[in-house]
Design a protein around this ligand. Structure first.
Ligand code: PLP
Length: 438
């Protein structure tokens, strides 16, 4: 196909996610059509190169072309690509279950596979409700979630979500979820969620949070000690705690699992993983479940304690092989130490330089996950319709950096493998792009 033909299809037949297709055709510079990739760089049909500062969508943790993961997929392809976990098993799923539960450690001894982050959250919500049914407390059908939360796009995950622009349209379709505001300020803001957990502890199935950073909600980092207090309150009042680590897991915060950042030995009851799990090369997600959760589902066939949930591609063999290789890389001695000791500090030194910029309201985040919030001036915000964040993204695109904005927040969520000079380039390009905002 010529570029002209490709553009015509791209602007009509291909319906892009989270994209207003009217106006998509007029965007300048035109959205790159990617043809290949090298290292942390995407390359379009004209050979233009773009540093992938959003790494797929927060998933290409090891860069666009991790050798080990590509080889693992190729090797698996020589054996078989897909079978099912419904009633039989396969080698890569078994190996991955051993690896993941081994790395997670007790009590997260069990893993249920799905295909996307949304599906992992969906499974976790259903799992926690069914858990309480088996415990003889079916009245526990409520969930508690945070304002600005994002847990995916399937209806259960949307119900748990708290971002109005994305979620309000679907309200009539959703089950109600209790909500407390996104944490802001000091650790004392945890009091609000602690009180809510206590007040509704007889009807809550679970509290579901993105630990440490609310990602798609605007990269809002939570105050020190907040996650620990949520977890402690959940334990104290016997409510299950679900960590949605879809964005913050797999090394994003400098530890393989986000829960390793906890300043306590306590662990959540259920952990959702996706995005970087396969290094981002193939869709696969995982729900880690603590011993007591799993045990509640055991019983005679006739007791109907089976977890009645699963997908055609649950535990895809290719996905499992990719995840095994990605986990080998991420857990290789020295890899995450380097991310923690060198990459993250360098990344933040460069981003903090943007703080004095006249268009920057704040720079926030944690680990390898940052958001730069733009504003017209100190006391004037851009309206959502002005798409200021997106205009900065287009300016960055023209300078060879690919990223994305959520409202007025420009994202910087690069691969963990980003090199020092690429971090410098990212900082330079972001500054020049912000300069262009009128
Ligand atoms: C991306 C994301 C999801 C949804 O994952 P998908 O694979 O896109 O379905 C859920 N929760 C968080 C925190 C995410 O960042």
């Amino acid at each position: 196909m010529t570029e002209r033909e490709m553009r015509a299809v791209d602007q009509t037949a291909l319906w892009h996610p989270f994209t207003q297709m009217e106006g998509y055709a007029d965007e300048l510079p035109a959205p790159p059509i990617i043809e290949r990739a090298e290292g942390n760089w995407l390359i379009d049909i004209h050979g233009n190169r773009f540093l992938d500062a959003n790494c797929g969508y927060w998933c290409l943790a090891l860069g666009c072309r991790p050798n080990a993961v590509e080889n693992a997929i190729r090797e698996q392809l020589q054996k078989f690509s897909h079978s099912t976990l419904l009633g039989l098993s396969h080698v890569p799923a078994i190996e991955l279950a051993k690896k993941l539960t081994g790395l997670a450690g007790a009590p997260l001894n069990h893993v249920f596979f799905a295909d996307s982050g949304s599906e992992a959250v969906e499974a976790a919500l259903k799992m926690s409700y069914q858990y309480w049914c088996h415990k003889g407390q079916p009245e526990r059908s409520e969930f508690l979630a945070l304002g600005q939360a994002y847990h995916g796009d399937t209806l259960g995950a949307v119900a748990a979500g708290g971002i109005d622009v994305f979620h309000a349209a679907f309200k009539p379709l959703l089950f109600p979820v209790r909500r407390v505001p996104a944490p802001a300020g000091g650790p004392e803001c945890a009091v609000v969620i602690e009180r809510e957990i206590e007040a509704h502890c007889k009807t809550l199935a679970a509290v579901v949070i993105e630990p440490f950073v609310l990602g798609p909600g605007g990269v809002i980092a939570q105050p020190e000690g907040y996650v620990e207090r949520v977890l402690l309150a959940a334990k104290k009042f016997n409510v299950l705690a679900i960590f949605d680590e879809v964005a913050v897991g797999m090394g994003r915060l400098g530890t393989l699992f986000a829960f390793e950042q906890l300043k306590t030995e306590m662990r959540p009851d259920i952990v959702c993983l996706a995005k970087g799990l396969t290094g981002g090369l193939l869709p696969l997600s995982a729900v880690l479940a603590a011993e007591h959760v799993y045990a509640a589902f055991l019983g005679k066939f006739s007791e109907r304690r089976t977890f009645f949930h699963g997908h055609t591609f649950t535990g895809s063999a290719l996905g499992c092989a990719a995840a095994l290789a990605a986990l080998d890389e991420l857990s290789r001695p020295g890899f995450l130490e380097r991310v923690r000791l060198e990459t993250i500090p360098h990344f933040w030194r460069v981003l903090e330089n943007l703080r004095g910029h006249p268009k920057v309201r704040c720079v926030r985040g944690r680990g390898m996950m940052a958001g730069v919030e733009v504003a017209r001036s100190e006391n004037s915000e851009y309206a959502w319709e002005e798409q200021a964040g997106h205009r900065a993204v287009l300016a960055a695109r023209a300078r060879g950096v690919q990223t994305r904005a959520i409202g007025n927040v420009v994202l910087a969520v690069p691969p963990l493998t980003i090199l020092p000079d690429e971090i410098e380039l990212l900082g330079r390009v972001l500054r020049e792009s912000l300069d262009e905002l009128e």
